[in-house]
Design a protein around this ligand. Structure first.
Ligand SMILES: CC(C)(COP(=O)(O)OP(=O)(O)OC[C@H]1O[C@@H](n2cnc3c(N)ncnc32)[C@H](O)[C@@H]1OP(=O)(O)O)[C@@H](O)C(=O)NCCC(=O)NCCS
Length: 256
């Protein structure tokens, strides 16, 4: 089968979310081949990260991103050329009409969300320092979100905080303008795991969804359009690739 016939197609409103445990020991044997997938600029970044001890994770996450995105372009992973907007949001200039994507990393986990024809953002947060996060919650949340958070029973408050925060970050990342959009100027209100209300100056354009949450991680996406379907996949580049049965399996604990 040639590369073009293997190319993944995205139907209208379809979102594919891919995960990779970049600290999986099976990746270590592939590092030389991952290096061959990188551009000169990425190789330089890899060298710089050697000193900080983050080089292997960086290499694995670039190989993951290239392997995932190559499937939607019909190109080989090493052939992909990235560009980024003024705020650093990456895109594929040769495929920007047909492939939109965004990636997020935390604690050995990288997610990449892919769709077609509209902006997308993904975020994944690792849940640490509970009291510290809650004490600083009003730095991140709007007055309406703070009001809703205070109504939650104390034992569930941290989970709800992380849902709101991760959804807000996904929206910011979809807009692609970083923190130039003030966090207090928009609100994501929740009913359990569902977004019950989204208040922003362009709210009608967007759909925000919580993907998964466990005691360590929270993951969410924001899409500038209607989401028809979300599929979850796992990819360890050059090791294995599979579709997952449920969104919860995007998080490491659900897979182990
Ligand atoms: C985008 C941003 C919110 C992500 O923060 P984070 O929680 O630390 O990181 P995440 O793991 O969620 O996401 C990182 C990934 O998001 C993507 N990304 C980078 N900039 C982005 C942006 N402006 N919008 C959306 N996605 C972005 C990249 O794929 C990045 O991965 P990489 O570092 O491997 O390239 C943060 O980097 C930010 O605010 N950037 C904007 C900075 C800015 O305004 N710069 C102005 C330069 S003049």
């Amino acid at each position: 089968m040639n590369k073009a016939s293997e190319q993944r197609r995205l139907s209208a409103g379809q979102v594919d979310v891919w995960c990779c445990a970049t600290d999986d020991p099976r990746l270590l044997a592939k590092m030389d081949r991952y290096l061959n997938m990188l551009s000169d600029e990425e190789k330089q970044e890899y060298e710089q990260r050697q000193h900080a001890g983050q080089a292997e994770e960086y290499l694995a996450s670039r190989a993951f991103l290239r392997t995932v995105l190559a499937q939607y372009t019909g190109q080989e992973p090493k052939q992909l050329t990235f560009d980024s907007n003024d705020f650093g949001k990456p895109f594929l200039p040769a495929h920007s009409d047909s492939v939109s994507f965004n990636a997020a990393h935390t604690h050995g986990l990288t997610l990449c969300a892919v769709t077609s024809g509209c902006d997308i953002g993904v975020d994944v947060e690792f849940q640490t320092d509970s009291q510290g996060m809650l004490d600083a919650a009003d730095d991140y949340l709007s007055p309406a979100e703070m009001l809703a958070l205070r109504e939650v029973e104390e034992e569930g408050r941290l989970s709800v905080f992380f849902r709101s925060w991760t959804l807000k970050e996904a929206y910011l990342k979809a807009r692609g303008k970083g923190l130039s959009i003030p966090l207090h100027d928009f609100s994501v209100l929740l009913d359990g795991l569902d977004v019950s209300r989204f208040d922003a100056d362009d709210a009608e354009r967007w759909e925000l969804r919580l993907l998964a949450q466990d005691e360590d991680f929270t993951a969410a996406i924001a899409v500038a359009g209607k989401i028809a379907d979300i599929k979850a996949f796992h990819c360890l580049p050059l090791v294995e690739m599979s579709e997952l049965g449920q969104l919860a399996e995007l998080l490491p604990a659900a897979k182990s």
